[in-house]
Design a protein around this ligand. Sequence first.
Ligand code: TXA
Ligand code: MG
Length: 337
Amino acid sequence: MKTKMLQADEQGLTIAAKIIRENGIVAFPTETVYGLGANALSNEACKKIFTAKKRPTDNPLIVHIADFEALAELVVSPSAEALQVANSFWPGPLSIILNARTHLPPAVTAGLGTVAVRFPSHQVAQRLIRKCGCPIAAPSANISGKPSATRAEHVMRDFQGKISAVIDGGPCQVGLESTVIDGTTLPLKILRPGAITYEMLKQLVPVELATVFSGGQVLSPGTKYTHYNPEAEVILIKGSILEIQRKIKVLNSEIKNYAILGLGSIITEIDLNQASIIETVDSIEALAERLYSFFRECDAVQIPHIILHEVDEKGLGLALMNRIVKAANVVYEGDRQ
Ligand code: TXA
Ligand code: MG
């Protein structure tokens, strides 16, 4: 199979919708990361996603919709709190787990009896779903375990020859996967942090962070697998600027060829004389947007080590640290003083 790169225009979307209606797979942009999309009402189509991604079959898929009415066709008896959250943050980077209607394919729900639903804000995603006339099941468009793809060319690198088409919608604005909340419990539970933050949610409804972050019971099947790993060794340095300076001084004598990505306010204070790639950004949002594409670009030029520094675990910083910690092969714990 030759994988087509489609433009995000009327013609490209018409071709993509036809492929999905005929139970093929098309990768498409969302505001978080690219998704590997299939007709969510077809078990046969959804099974192809698992093969292409090399994804374990016990890991359920997120179903994407493009209007509020579609929710009722997928779920039963959502709580008032879950609906309140949907009404406030949809369309947007938030997936809500609800009790699934029984007609949903087992490939989508992994037999859990629940389904994660998301109404993305990306215009291309919305137009595609409407053109298909069916909800689209889509995990992140990366081979399992690799960083999610936030650029069409990164999807192509993983899936060339394995899927029918990729719609090129340019870079994804958020760059990290959606917040996943369990809407079947009260308080609502955040299973995966994202751009709809704990702080934003708790202003609205009772909500808590799942203990799964610290290795408790696995509530969301996907959180137990290794994730986001580039080929390069990822080194995370925790602690104050002083600690980071100290640690990098040591690393400068130990490793010769590394890439570093971080906030300008921190990076400019550090002697990086052995770095091959130095990239600074000026906000947590920009760091999130860039993280996975930086990983993939470093792999493309075979950089052996990538250094990152800790950020505050508040707002989007919680999601960013969640991904960085999972990607990290080595963590240096420094003093925060
Ligand atoms: O931003 C995103 O969420 C992207 C875009 C394409 O929408 N999708 C995405 O999908 O990241 P994926 O499959 O890579 O991650 C979905 C996560 C997994 O950890 C999965 O286990 C969890 O959501 N999940 C899905 N359905 C679930 C369910 N019924 N119960 C518990 N966890 C569920
Ligand atoms: Mg994923």
